[in-house]
Ligand binder design. Structure first.
Ligand code: ADP
Ligand code: MG
Length: 340
């Protein structure tokens, strides 16, 4: 039999490849694989379910990731996926596998972070599974949420002419990670040098202690706005926008100079000899929301703080592109998949 290496496939091609032959057996499975969460018919409100997996050495490095923060973030990344469907998460399950390198006290720290997230976001821990592993720590969280059927936002709902709107600021988490990586290398070369993180607390926090934009979901409800499509920014704006475009069968244009980047993040990017715009486009894990808004609805958010218009949805033929301040257009590049 022929052997195909995993790295010949991208992450998304691999998921498609492995799942394409599955048929849905139940009419109440409205949506299976392919969005931020699955959607099940559940009476007055539909049920939203999302799962994420975090693996030591791939998604986190315990040299600079405190276990409490790790527990918090593992929950947040799932709550964010429920937000991306315009839903509110209500329950989570948590599964862990760990080697005997971890003590009970260490796992208590992890769970203290999980509990903080549960209390802050009012979600109930309802189960999970526990196993030993030969090496390292693995943590998987599943979030369950709800929303009325007509308010659920899919990746597939974008239409040409929709405005592209992003919440908050971009690139901070990526720069926080770069900073932690730099300080780690310095520490490894000389453990007597104290890490210099105080000046950039905001960005380090954006990476170590992100928040899910549940506040935005409540706000959208209050102002009566249902985006035509939505996704949370976990992989980076370019890559996540491409998911919307692929699922909706549309193109898009992003205006480079409209990307919301904090001044401090711009400064730090330059310090690292990186283009701040590229950090905002390709840096992941900001957990902001990217939404497509019908222009007729745009007045509802136009003057609200924390929403930035960054471009528009175009017909598929136009492709997915970035327009610079000089008016030049470039095809948008999504960063590759580097796990393998
Ligand atoms: P997100 O970044 O929003 O968490 P992912 O990129 O992880 O989304 O997943 C995209 C879609 O593929 C989701 O519907 C997810 O449930 C599904 N998926 C991911 N991995 C698998 C897998 N191994 N088997 C089946 N479905 C999967
Ligand atoms: Mg997502």
């Amino acid at each position: 039999m022929e052997r195909t290496e995993i790295n010949q496939f991208g992450e998304f091609k691999l998921i498609d490849h492995l799942t394409e032959k599955f048929v849905l057996h139940h009419e109440n499975t409205l949506l299976g694989v392919g969005d931020d969460a699955a959607v099940l018919i559940g009476g007055d409100q539909n049920i939203l379910i999302s799962t994420d997996l975090m693996v030591e050495g791939i998604h986190f490095d315990l040299m600079y990731f405190p276990l409490k923060h790790l527990g918090y973030k593992a929950v947040i990344s799932n709550l964010s996926d429920i937000c991306a469907m315009n839903g509110i998460a209500e329950q989570i399950t948590v599964s862990i596998a760990m080697s005997n390198r971890f003590s009970v006290e260490a796992l208590e720290e992890l769970y203290a972070g999980i509990q903080t997230a549960c209390n802050l976001y009012k979600v109930d821990l309802i189960g999970g599974d526990t196993s030993s592993s030969q090496k390292g720590l693995i943590i998987s969280v599943t979030a369950i949420g709800r929303q009325k059927p007509n308010k659920i936002t899919y990746r597939s709902g974008a239409r040409p002419g929709d405005f592209l709107v992003v919440t908050g600021e971009l690139g901070g988490a990526y720069l926080g990670l770069q900073l932690l990586e730099r300080e780690k290398q310095i520490y490894l070369s000389d453990p007597n040098i104290k890490p210099q993180l105080e000046d950039h607390k905001y960005m380090v926090e954006r990476f170590l202690k992100p928040e899910a934009r549940r506040d935005i979901i409540s706000l959208l409800e209050r102002i009566g706005l249902v985006p035509t499509a939505m996704i949370d920014l976990s992989d980076g704006l370019s890559s996540d926008l491409m998911h919307i475009c692929r699922k909706s069968g549309v193109g898009a244009v992003i205006e480079d100079q409209l990307l919301p980047i904090q001044n401090e993040a711009k400064q730090l990017a330059l310090e690292f000899h990186m283009d701040p715009g590229i950090c905002a486009l390709n840096g992941g894990e900001d957990y902001e929301l990217l939404m497509c808004v019908d222009p007729q609805d745009y007045d509802k958010i136009r003057y609200l703080p924390g929403f930035s218009y960054i471009g528009e949805i175009l017909p598929a033929e136009s492709g997915i592109k970035l327009r610079t301040s000089s008016g030049k257009e470039h095809p948008l590049q999504a960063q590759g998949w580097t796990h393998f």
